[in-house]
Design a protein around this ligand. Sequence first.
Ligand SMILES: [Zn+2]
Length: 425
Amino acid sequence: MDILIKNGRILDPSLQKDEIGDLYIKDGKIQKAEKGLETKADRVIDADGCFVMPGLIDIHVHLRDPGQEYKETIESGSAAAAKGGFTTIVAMPNTVPVIDNKDRVSYVKNKAEMVSPIHVIQSGAITVGQKDQEITDIEGMVQAGAGALSEDGKSVMNMKIYREAMKEAARLNVPVLAHCEDKSLAGGGCMNEDEKAKELNLPGICNATEDAIIARDIILAHDTGARLHLCHCSTKGSVEILRQAKQAGYDVTGEVCPHHFTLTTDDISTDNPNYKMNPPLRSEEDKKALIEGLKDGTMDVISTDHAPHGAKEKQGSMRNAAFGIVGLETSVALTMTELVEKGILTPLQMAEKMSYNPAKVLGISKGTLQEGADADVTIIDPKASYKIDKGTFVSKGRNTPFDGKKVKGRVIFTICDGNIVYEYK
Ligand SMILES: [Zn+2]
């Protein structure tokens, strides 16, 4: 099937292009990108008034397969991603068991090829069982298709192992996606350490928990030549440290999740586990710094940290509930509403942070709408205004603090390899 997308606002960060035009897609590739195409096609999409972006890439997703398929499967998670506008996602390795060897990387890769409408890139764990004691077979995992290394869910606290792993990552040219959290400082915290935590009588997590490890990881990466990407930055300090590192010419990038630029600790009015995530919602000052970092380019990527859970993990007190919220189906709307509508990011910058930059971090030739590129395309209606309804989620997870939130901006088409994998109806 060939597709002609007419009169869309074509946003191609790879060319810094933002203009009304058409795209013609055939054989899984973008064949033509110009104005006033008169080509015939099996399917013509009128994209008048809509944003046409390179397919979105979410570099931070938890698919829960193997081991916790009641929370999410590769099939349900990738369908949720397609609905959210994503054509490529990176799956984190903290499953049960952990993705820490080549056979488990192959398991996800093979299953995704069968059941996923989009591209799934698996990341491999850095220590066996994420137990911080023994380095994994990094080369074997990369040969089996692992596109990144990550210990997400925690940090590698053993610096000797981490340094070896970073050397391997540099040698094999894969990025290290770092969850930055000092284990001893995090303790049993379940929200930001502040007045609100005192009021709710809940244990807090201080900013230094993140900042100290961010600084450590940047130093280790610089020492080893590894390409470091900082996951879900939540603090003012993390933005400042990253800004300094970039100014010094270090090869490091960072991401921010929509919940951290949308909410603060003040939005937690009761002890509600749907507001529990790691890192936690921070102060207004932190949120402002993250937004400033996104605006000035310090923060490169918007990722979701999509973390589905069953109802039982998210009931009771925040103290005992699991960390994390779902994000794949709300990310575009929150980014549009909080950043684009408010004039913080241009639509082209949104495409940069949700597609072009994540592709660069991963070292994959995506994130562009140039002729000859893979036909991964996301079409967004920026005028669609509605309330987020968790009942409509394709993900198995319903754990979101955004149910009922008024937003603007909706994914209306997701096209992956030239196939329509999601269409809003
Ligand atoms: Zn994490």
